[in-house]
Design a protein around this ligand. Structure first.
Ligand code: MN
Length: 130
């Protein structure tokens, strides 16, 4: 069964924390530190979901989300924006760019995994709910 999650995040500490929490819950985590690499990995690995930072070098998260949405074979994988860049309108902008949902930083270790599971396609997400 596919339990791969792709995290696109340039901050090492955030990557470490998200990876730690998700692997502890049984997910396989694939990491990319920039958008270009993240798009490549998404196409290669067909992740269950994509966690996407907004403030990234070169390509920002809006551009990455828009690019990912062009690939029909990734349609099933929700894009979950993970960002502290919480200016008015950002939420609408990332949802308009194709994200399914939005999680705010700082990451809350108590609720993070449950929030991610809520965004997963239900038929597969159920297996991780226990
Ligand atoms: Mn960042």
């Amino acid at each position: 069964m596919n339990n791969r999650l792709l995290i696109i995040e340039d901050n090492e500490q955030n990557m470490y924390l998200m990876r730690f929490l998700l692997e502890k819950s049984g997910f396989t985590v694939i990491g990319a530190e920039n958008g270009r690499k993240g798009i490549e990995m998404a196409l290669q690995c067909k992740p269950l979901a994509i966690l996407l930072d907004i403030q990234l070098p070169e390509m920002n998260g809006y551009e990455v989300a828009a690019e990912l949405k062009k690939h029909r074979d990734l349609d099933e994988a929700p894009i979950i924006a993970v960002t502290s860049y919480a200016m008015v309108g950002d939420r609408e902008q990332i949802l308009a760019a194709g994200a399914t949902g939005y999680i705010e930083k700082p990451i809350n270790p108590e609720t993070f995994v449950a929030e991610i599971i809520d965004y997963l396609p239900k038929k597969q997400g159920v297996d991780h709910a226990a």
